[in-house]
Design a protein around this ligand. Sequence first.
Ligand code: URP
Ligand code: ZN
Ligand code: ZN
Length: 479
Amino acid sequence: MNYDTVIRNGTLITPEGAVRADLGISGERIAAIGQELTGARVIDAAGKLVIPGGVDSHVHLEMPAGAARSSDDWVTGTVAAACGGTTTVLDFVEPEPPRGPSSLRDALAARRAEADGRAVIDYGLHMTLLDAEPETLAEIPQIVAAGCPSFKAYMTYSFKLTDDVLVAAMAAVAQVGGMVMIHAENDAGIAYLRRKLLAEGHTEPRYHPVSRPASTEAEAVERALALAEVAGCPVYIVHISTARGAFAVAAARGRGQTAYGETCPQYLLLTDDAYARSGFEGAKFVCSPPLRTAEDNAVLWALLAADDVQTVGTDHCPFFYEQAHSPATGGKDLGRVDGAYPPFTQIPGGMPGIESRLALLYAYGVREGRMSVERWVDACCAAPARAFGLAPRKGLLAVDSDADVVIFDPEREGVISRQGDDPDALCLHENCDYTPYEGFRVHGWPALTMLRGRVIAEDGEYVGGAGGGQFLAGEPSRG
Ligand code: URP
Ligand code: ZN
Ligand code: ZN
């Protein structure tokens, strides 16, 4: 049998473990895993790891945030993802008031219209719930049928769901085999601390983490888990930043609850020391929940390695540091008046990270002995695909899966940098004027990314042409 493409001599990281084998691709699918395969095109992967394309289940492309908008759009963000070895992203539909009888469906159609023809990798969407009005709940089955079985709810921000609304939404989602994703922070505690800090004149970015202590996450995670248990709804806690939050999810899973925990590279690798940087620099790290302590980092690594935290998403939500560099989207200093920086409460929350996830997790996870290579692939590719009903099509190297393949060079060394002229600087494609990982040395970087059998990135550059990404319909969970 002659395949369209054969990737030869690599070490494949499959669900069964690492194997030295060839990978045969026909059309858009993986057709064979075996020895001495022949193909019209042969790619030599000697000395390289061959892994499934990354699945980043938490990104915010061109997301409105007050007067600002996250600076990576569906084109630039997915190009950056492809260069970093990610071939599937899951973003969000954020319906806006006023609500109408088909507001969720209209919002889904509008979000798809933004992405279709522009995304260069495959994408799926989570639906954000802003209420549990009867007409909203009535739409949920149609949204699931349209390929969005996951529903996001916030327990903080102005568009938070209160507990009574949240539990009703969870029950409705559970009825049709869906899952609820929760941004878990205690809103009342945060509101109190923000008011208090501002009244005391504490406006600098370093007060951002003070206003959102670990207890606010831990309490909300516990409450979300309890409400999901009451409603009988699978629950996925996004961007867990604290040991306490992660332990709560692990304990719920231990009791048999269908619960998933996601953390992000920033909660594994960065600490709240970043907020103490001089001037307004700490604003670069303003995200919610905030960065935590080195102890939290260590616990999250350990729980991730043990599959007690299941996935690593990026929560990619970039804003330029200086609006002057991106007048169209705004920036972290949007509220600057006469040179005076805005208080931390007005800084748009979020940071870039879509491109460096696989490499950071490999360098600081696998290379530093914190996790196995198999667990790296599971957390970054297979586990998110399973959680959101995209497996076995996405997230693994198996016959009949999409030929989303990354040839990862474990020996490629470089420095993540957007500043200076470091000769080892790795080129980042994220549309932002900084990276929170400035100066991080990585050992391992994608050499080639393939989407459904087509090479879309090679040697650090995007080569895939325009808009080849497809919408992915997620399957509702089977429990
Ligand atoms: O601060 C953050 N994380 N911004 C992105 C939106 C969210 O809450 O996930
Ligand atoms: Zn969030
Ligand atoms: Zn987010």
